[in-house]
Design a protein around this ligand. Sequence first.
Ligand code: KMH
Ligand code: ZN
Length: 311
Amino acid sequence: MAKNKNVIVTCAVTGGIHTPTMSPYLPVTPQQIAEQSIAAAEAGASIIHLHARDPETGKPTPDPEVFMQFLPVIKQSSNAVVNISTGGGLGMTLEQRLAAAMRAKPEMASLNMGSMNFGIFPLLQKYDSWQHDWEPAFLEMTKDFIFRNTFKDIEYVLRHLGEEHGTKFEMECYDLGHLYNVAHFVDAGLIKPPFFIQMIFGILGGVGADLDNLTHMHSVANKLFGDDYEWSVLAAGRHQMPFGSTAAALGGNLRVGLEDSLYISRGELAQSNADQVRKIRRILDDLSFTVATPEEARARLALKGGDMVGF
Ligand code: KMH
Ligand code: ZN
């Protein structure tokens, strides 16, 4: 039997879904994003997945200048792989979503593998008042919002960020069909092994957080991609830890972070991203798994190296 690989832990530190009212611990300013990223890396995350926010309002921003306020700080204090989102914040154009990654030329970037409804409006019911006017409007807007990732969009990112800058992708697959979209681009020669698939459960508009869906997506991905890929799992909200642990038990990798869940346990807000990394690490330790170092993640994903980036 093949030896278990060490588990690549990604931490997505702030995202573009949750809003400042929902947690005082959500990092918003460049300094907060840098500090929480460095602490998450120290706790054992080998990949840090990053979005930026307007420091005043906490609203997701695509502004490369804001990214450039925290990217070099993270690089100076940690060896973690920096992964910049190209999903951005809901409602941004593709050009806006790509701007920071095109400027920073990171080792990794996210790549969303299909268009879909992306409904975060159910969160409206959980809060009576809001710190900023943009927050309820942002959530409400998703009732009539399509998260656009057409074949043309995906090809554009693969060519201009992937081929031109050597960035490799965390391919976000929110449903079974997205795996077939990956296979289409593998067949077309635009995605080359080894590649990294992030299976996502529990987003309204994507596949639900049912473990049968995880095992099915994993077995279909195995049929499509064999030994050519590494896979990872994230699940929204309370499903984060059980799905991550299950992925590890099945030989996969996992993602935690406040982008995906604001909680550390039932009803208790996580006070930092590092707290979530430490928690999953305790679970992994108890199950006799070891987390991968950033260098191991780089080797397994064939990344270009931390000194080949633009920051
Ligand atoms: N927010 C997650 C559900 C991205 O940044 O490109 C998926 C994500 C998308 O991380
Ligand atoms: Zn993200």
